[in-house]
Design a protein around this ligand. Structure first.
Ligand code: FES
Length: 88
């Protein structure tokens, strides 16, 4: 894995429920993670209409893994875990 990719949904539902805070992650990334994560703002990822997925805001990591009710702390924790797994 080159970098962890983090797609942040900035569609209306996700934006209203906290995507703006998630977008600040890139600027506030801890020093040890800089250069290892690629952020991308996305239009609606199409998950906000499906209650089974957990709730907005949604973040998609590495193209497939979905974090529902995403918070900056939850996204950072997932990034750290993925990078540590890569080091094993
Ligand atoms: S607005 Fe985020 S999944 Fe639709």
């Amino acid at each position: 894995m080159d970098k962890v990719t983090v797609e942040i949904c900035c569609g209306t539902a996700c934006y209203l429920l906290g995507a703006a805070r998630l977008m600040e992650l890139e600027a506030n990334l801890p020093e040890e993670l800089k250069g290892k994560v690629e952020f991308e703002a996305k239009a609606c990822l199409g998950m906000c209409n499906d209650d089974r997925l957990g709730g907005a805001p949604y973040v998609r990591v590495n193209g497939s893994e979905v974090i529902a009710n995403a918070t900056p702390d939850a996204v950072l924790a997932r990034i750290r875990t993925l990078l540590e797994m890569e080091d094993l």
